[in-house]
Structures are given as structure tokens and as C-alpha cells.
Design a protein around this ligand. Structure first.
Ligand SMILES: [Zn+2]
Length: 241
């Protein structure tokens, strides 16, 4: 095809990197979600081993996943087909990305700091645990007071009552507070080094870039007349930029 610089080139399109949250990662790999025995879209870690961030687990590759799917379609009955799929955490889905060159679905799923760390491990697990520990010790109010007294600063979010905010490693926390770390977002960090080596810094593929602008788009949309909104939203955002 003729490229932008007027030179003709043979093009090999592919999707080697995807920016996804956990649910979307399962969707594009046709794998079962967090409660499955094998919930990781990149490897065959068992659910009970999700806390083990240093473990070595069999990676998902197109060849073996495709074979499991085909085996399930040839199974003598439904329960045997389901057993085969379940043992790989797969849905009965023929994955389109298996046949698209340069687009390995399992390699292209990438570590997402926003959902794994900020909203995941911290927001859904450690932050609620911290609040419950502080409440047990009767000092939850002190945290709210301290955060309220932090000076206001431009672009710094100020928390009037941080302990009501609902946004919310490892074995020390588990031993002392009985907290289980057998959840997917804890395990996902097992893949981050490999992702950085293959695709560069996590900023290149985390979802924050796209989702970070959601709030501004919503504000811009509110300023439209709700008809033919795209150009109005774009114009509003470009003025800001
Ligand atoms: Zn994994």
C-alpha cells in the first residue's frame, strides 16, 4: 500500500499490545473471569496460587489453547467438553486473534497499573482493610482529621472525610490480619517484568491514558445541547488543551 510518505510498502498489520482492564482481558482471550480455577488471561496459574507473585506458571499460548478448544468440540458429551474447557479456564469460543498474525491474544494483554494497583489491590483490598483495622483500634476518625488538615493545593485532591471514600504485599498482612491475596490483581504483577521487557514502560499500555479523560469528556458533554454532540465535545476539549 502507499504510505503517508508516498512510498509503497508491504504492510503486516497486527495488534501486539492491548490496553485493557481485567474484565476486558478475559473477553479478548475468551478466558473465564476471576472466580474460575484458572482465571489469568496470560497463564495457567491455579486460583489457589494467585498470591504467589514469584511463581512460574505455564503460559497460555495459541497452540495449546486452540487444541483445548478443538478437543472440547470433539468431546463425546457436554460434561466432558466442559471439563476440558474448565481445566484451562476457557470459554467455548473460537478466538479470532488465533488467526490474526502478529496478534497473540495472550502476549498482547498487558499490565494495567490503574486497575491492578490503584483501583485493584489498593482500592478494593488494602484500603478497606486499613479502614477496618483503624476502626477496630478506634482511630479511624484521627485519619479523617489528619487528611482534612492537609493544606489545599492546586490540582491536589482534598479529602474532607477520607474514611468514607469508597475507591478504594503480601504475607505479613495475611498473617497478621487474615487477609487472603488469592485474587487475580495480586497475581497479575507476576507478568509485569515480562511486559516491560516486551513492550516498554507500563505508561505505554495502561488504561489511565484513555480513562483519565473520561471525567473531562463528561463535563464537556454536559455543556452540549445533546444533539450532534461529537463536534461540540471535541471543540470544548480542544479549547481546554
Ligand atoms: Zn498469569
Amino acid at each position: 500500500m502507499k504510505c503517508g510518505d508516498s512510498h509503497n510498502r508491504i504492510i503486516h498489520p497486527g495488534i501486539p499490545i492491548k490496553s485493557l482492564d481485567g474484565e476486558e482481558s478475559c473477553a479478548v482471550t475468551a478466558t473465564r473471569a476471576a472466580l474460575a480455577n484458572y482465571p489469568c488471561p496470560k497463564c495457567l496459574v491455579h486460583h489457589n496460587e494467585l498470591h504467589n507473585i514469584n511463581g512460574t506458571f505455564e503460559p497460555r499460548i495459541t497452540k495449546t489453547m486452540q487444541k483445548a478448544y478443538l478437543d472440547s468440540t470433539r468431546a463425546p458429551n457436554k460434561s466432558e467438553a466442559e471439563r476440558i474447557l474448565q481445566s484451562r479456564g476457557l470459554h467455548a469460543t473460537q478466538n479470532f486473534f488465533w488467526s490474526l498474525h502478529y496478534s497473540d491474544p495472550y502476549l498482547s494483554v498487558s499490565y494495567d497499573k490503574l486497575h491492578s494497583d490503584d483501583l485493584g489491590k489498593w482500592g478494593k483490598h488494602l484500603w478497606p482493610l486499613l479502614l477496618s483495622v483503624l476502626a477496630e483500634d478506634g482511630v479511624k476518625g484521627q485519619l479523617a482529621r489528619n487528611m482534612r488538615n492537609v493544606s489545599r493545593w492546586r490540582n491536589l485532591k482534598h479529602f474532607g472525610n477520607v474514611t468514607t471514600v469508597d475507591y478504594a504485599d503480601g504475607q505479613d498482612v495475611s498473617r497478621d490480619y487474615g487477609k487472603s491475596f488469592d485474587f487475580f490483581k495480586q497475581h497479575f504483577v507476576n507478568h509485569v517484568i515480562e511486559d516491560i521487557q516486551q513492550k516498554g514502560a507500563t505508561d505505554n499500555y495502561e488504561t489511565r491514558v484513555g480513562e483519565g479523560i473520561h471525567h473531562e469528556v463528561r463535563q464537556a458533554y454536559k455543556q452540549t445541547n445533546c444533539k450532534n454532540t461529537d463536534p461540540q465535545v471535541c471543540s470544548c476539549l480542544s479549547i481546554k488543551i
